[in-house]
Design a protein around this ligand. Structure first.
Ligand code: FAD
Length: 538
């Protein structure tokens, strides 16, 4: 598209965000709070009504804490607080004698500052939109569509059209554009970024419906929980699952269906009854289909164009990775873009967004989703519960313990990142081990300060140096190096006791996204070299 033809250059901002789903709005909030001006372009004016990503990790709630709207988010929850994010897995139907309760993210709760939560995605998006509206540096344009993107050495230009209004066109200009425009991202496509991954060639059904009878039937059989999953031999590891939207009657349901299924030729109620194992009255609010696919972009950055969220990685809703990882992309990218624009972060810092985040999602897609579908398919087909009851029971127990291990093994980390001091031989990975020990490349666990506040409440907007039981000489070189390079650094001092010794380091340099960049017990020989590396200006 020729953007200088009949269209005029209407607006200059530092960042243009295309797509105002949760990731785009989250990024706008992050940037707006960091003093970066941005325009957010979103096709939809109103809110969609599909619950979509509901399973919010502790890490996502930490993000909302730093975005200043965690209380608003918690207030939006529909399920009673005691209902766990976890659920039930049953064999063939929810009235089967073979079932187990699987662990939820509560299992790793002690390693985070915030508890996990659950709510329909549209409620979370509402909280984020309201937060964004309070930020003067963010200009939201709902009802606008991005049609073209081009970049050169001086900046990026995005051609937009007021689809919901008079159809008028404008060209927006910025230093960077971030495509948060979902799985069919036009920004990704126009930047020439390819995607790899696995297409399972499987059509999935998503229905949203209301049924008090289903709620009553499941409440009579199980403790109330969030999801009810069914594994059947003929489905080869694909899940059928009911998810609660509210405690009374709101439900959604996912299931593989034949590829020629349409809204007209299929008895959806009969499928729901078969999976539940009993009949119940229900009213459908939505029936839709999606392709089961894991797709990861081959690059998250091309010059001044970056992508985040589903634009960068699309995947089935198996494990709650979609929304949470998209919001982590925003957390990882926000401070790096701000650092670059404010002049204290280098190109290496911005490149590290791709390096850190893409590796994590690649492993999620390949191991936590695709391999798991295959493995569960093999396991569920291995033994028949009637003919081989003993062997089946052992397999069923293995399936249960695997679902717990997924929670415990999912600890995204960036040990190999070029902008921190990870261990020799470390890799950037989704798989890791939870510990209180502060390790470069890992999320820092919460610990109380002597004053009663948590370290998370003391962190600054930029880097934070936690300094426990050390004298001024250990701290001063960091302060001096940061001041000279205009890198925002806050120092938090305390005693090396009271649980803080669990970090196993007296000095912990924490990034603005609460990942550890460097640890030590005394000032390094060259604190300036440390600060140069963590700001990506080496
Ligand atoms: C049916 C469905 C069910 C899901 N269920 C779950 C689940 O149970 N659990 C889970 O974790 N995840 C689930 N997901 C995934 C989760 O919803 C996504 O990971 C999440 O929405 C990603 O957010 P995003 O902001 O990156 O993209 P999106 O939410 O897709 O937002 C992209 C936005 O970009 C806008 N846009 C696109 N192109 C343009 C353009 N050219 N100009 C302007 N605006 C544009 C769109 O209107 C949209 O609002 C589900 C997804 C779908 C589709």
């Amino acid at each position: 598209m020729d953007m200088h033809g009949s269209l005029t250059l209407n607006k200059r901002a530092q960042v243009i965000i295309v797509g105002g789903g949760p990731v785009g709005v989250g990024l706008a909030v992050d940037l707006g709070m960091r003093g970066v001006s941005c325009v957010l372009v979103e096709r939809r004016v109103g809110m969609h009504k599909i619950p979509r990503g509901q399973n919010l990790t502790q890490r996502t709630l930490e993000r909302f804490f730093f975005w200043g709207c965690v209380d608003e988010l918690r207030a939006a929850r529909l399920l009673p607080p005691e209902v766990p994010a976890a659920g039930i897995t049953a064999y063939e139907s929810l009235v089967s004698e073979h079932w187990h309760a699987f662990a939820g993210r509560e299992a790793v709760g002690q390693y985070y500052f915030q508890k996990n939560d659950r709510m329909p995605q549209y409620l979370l998006e509402g909280v984020l939109r309201r937060r964004m509206e309070k930020l003067p540096l963010v200009e939201p344009r709902f009802g606008w569509v991005a049609r073209g993107v081009e970049q050169d050495a001086s900046g990026v230009r995005v051609a937009v059209e007021n689809e919901a209004g008079d159809g008028a066109g404008e060209v927006l200009e910025a230093d960077y554009v971030v495509g948060c425009d979902g799985g069919h991202s036009i920004v990704r496509e126009l930047a020439g970024i390819k995607r790899g991954g696995s297409d399972f060639d499987q059509v999935m059904l998503l229905t949203v419906f209301r049924s008090r009878e289903l709620s009553e039937g499941l409440n009579a059989r199980y403790p109330m929980c969030s999801t009810y999953r069914v594994l059947s031999p003929e489905l080869n590891g694909y899940w059928q699952f009911f998810g609660r939207i509210d405690p009374d009657e709101g439900w959604f349901f996912h299931s593989p269906v034949p590829s020629d299924t349409t809204r007209e030729n299929f008895d959806f109620a009969a499928l729901l009854h078969k999976v539940a194992g009993f009949k119940f009255a229900c009213e459908f609010d939505h029936v839709g289909f999606w392709d089961l696919r894991v797709a990861v972009a081959e690059e998250y950055r091309k010059g001044r164009v970056l992508i985040a969220g589903d634009a960068a990685h699309s995947h089935p809703p198996y494990g709650g990775f979609g929304l949470n990882n998209g919001l982590e992309d925003a957390a990882n990218l926000g401070w790096k873009l701000a650092a670059r624009l404010q002049g204290w972060g280098g190109e290496t810092l911005l490149d590290s967004y791709d390096d850190e985040r893409r590796a994590v999602f690649k492993q999620i897609g390949e191991e936590f989703i695709a391999e798991r579908v295959k493995w569960e398919g093999e396991m569920i087909n291995r033994h028949d519960p009637v003919r081989e009851p003993e062997a089946f029971r052992a397999t069923w127990a293995a399936l249960k313990s695997d679902s717990a291990s997924i929670i415990l093994n999912y600890e995204p980390n960036y040990e190999a990142s070029a902008v921190l001091f990870g261990p020799p031989g470390g890799v950037n990975a989704a798989r890791g081990e939870y510990m209180f020990k502060a390790r470069a490349g890992h999320h820092i666990a919460p610990r109380a300060l002597a004053c009663g506040r948590n370290v998370f409440e003391a962190f600054g907007d930029g880097f934070t140096l936690l300094a426990f039981g050390v004298d001024d000489a250990a701290v001063a070189p960091f302060v001096e190096a940061a001041r000279a390079r205009k890198i925002p650094l806050k120092v938090v001092r305390d005693e090396y006791s009271g649980g803080r010794e669990d970090y196993e380091a007296r000095l912990v340099l924490v990034r603005p996204d609460q990942y550890v960049a460097w640890t030590g017990d005394a000032a390094p020989a060259d604190a300036d070299a440390v600060m140069r590396k963590v700001a990506g200006v080496d």
